[in-house]
Unconditional design. Structure first.
Length: 94
């Protein structure tokens, strides 16, 4: 049980590292690019996209249906990230 919690924590830490600033990322990714990342085969890519969406809240109305689909993802961490992201997006809506 402890090892599973540690693995989950480490996976989420990797996902959250995606939202840190790095030079050359001055513009916001396009909606299509974010949707593509949410459908990537690699769950870490999906987690990073969800972390970005949850923190930056780009296109809240347009991206929400795609995040809702992520609630049915085969990976537990992706589903948890989608739920967290939806809560953050709810706060971004007028």
């Amino acid at each position: 049980m402890r090892s599973r919690i540690l693995v989950t924590f480490l996976e989420l830490a990797v996902a959250w590292s995606a939202v840190s600033y790095s030079p050359g990322q001055d513009k916001e990714p396009k909606l299509e690019e974010l949707v593509g990342r949410l459908q990537d085969k690699d769950y870490v890519v999906r987690l990073k996209a969800l972390a970005y969406i949850g923190s930056m809240k780009p296109y809240p109305n347009e991206i929400a249906p795609h995040v809702i689909r992520a609630l049915k993802d085969s990976n537990y961490n992706t589903r948890a990230g989608a739920a967290n992201t939806l809560g953050n997006l709810k706060n971004a809506l007028p």
